[in-house]
Design a protein around this ligand. Sequence first.
Ligand code: NZQ
Ligand code: ZN
Length: 390
Amino acid sequence: MLNFNFYNPTQIVFGKGQLKQLDALVPKNAKILITYGGGSAEKTGLLAKVQKELAKSDRQVLKFGGIGANPQFSVLMQAVEIVRKENVDFLLAVGGGSVMDGTKFIAIAAHADEFIGKERELLNFGFTPVPVENVVPLATVLTLPATGSEMNNGAVISDGEDKLPVFSAHTFPQFSILDPELTYTLPATQITNGVVDTFMHTLEQYITYPAEARFQDRTAEGILHTLVEIGQKTIDEPDNYDARANLVWCATMALNGLIGAGVPQDWTTHMIGHEITALFGVDHAKSLAVILPAVWKIRKNQKRDKLLQYGARIWGITEGSEDQRIDAAIAKTEEFFQSLGMKTRLADHDIDAAGIDKILNSLEKHGMTALSETGDISLQISKEILLAAR
Ligand code: NZQ
Ligand code: ZN
């Protein structure tokens, strides 16, 4: 097992009706800014319920809506101005990954004194935490199970064709309310996204090379098995509480640091996927479903042992030569995505040879030229992956 430093301070309040805990959880005598997305929270009545809970104690409450999917720097800067002008002292994100991520950026940028007037530079730190100490405390009410943003300190922020990760030691939500019933209003396509994104987060921390990290492997496999068991059900039966509750908890646990502690991590699929989303507007999870099978095809040898383990333990593939078993594991995975209604080829999103060149240019521009668990996926190998994904 590799050395690790695991820290996660987010309080999780899980289950039916847990919105009622808001008044006790959010600071009193404080100025709160509720952040939300493009309209679903208003339409479903959730925003009004949140406001009602917050009104139970003495606090001032402001709202900022319009943080759309793949949150944009320019929109978030409008909220940053409000936080500064109104002296907001607590941010409450009500939404999915985009709202939660956007809120983390607002929290970082609001009082980042060294970056005032040049906040865009906060997006240049990649996986290194931004050097900002004075961050506005934040919490979340989750409406979309997928990203794990409700229990991690990462965000992904877009600025036109740039879609970039931002991390801070201080952006773990103080608490997150995870009520599966708040996700019933999601359209099926977003639930499919949630199942697949969660599957991908697990795989990016599991299909690498063996590290004798048995707890992490078995836990990752537990998440994968659960998703195979309940994925289709939670898409078909949106108000089946048990199926949805399992998806919500898997999504949170897949990217809160637990299964990634002490193991090598890949993230190639995510980094290429982010470029596809930024360039072509393909939903985050849908971009991953196209890239992951191609990564495995090109990286069969580097990932051999873990692909064999995955094939055997998740799909029961134990017959045939090693290469046959690996091919079967890749095919099974692609079939699983397709069975949920996911497309798995670039052509399904009308991305052609010129599109592949654009993706490669973006990878180069963003310094994504040494990807993978061993840092050896060059632009040339990314090109092979993209060609295999056509
Ligand atoms: O904007 P509104 O109107 O609220 O609609 C949203 C949005 O259109 C809608 N929605 C959310 N909750 C709903 C709902 N509609 C009905 N009922 C509800 N309960 O769903 C749409 C998609 O929302 P979004 O937040 O964009 O989706 P998701 O949670 O998949 O987040 C994707 C973003 O997270 C980033 C992605 O790159 C992308 O920008 N990621 C963040 C990560 C992290 N912080 O750790 C890791 C991930 O790998 C990912 O990169
Ligand atoms: Zn993801």
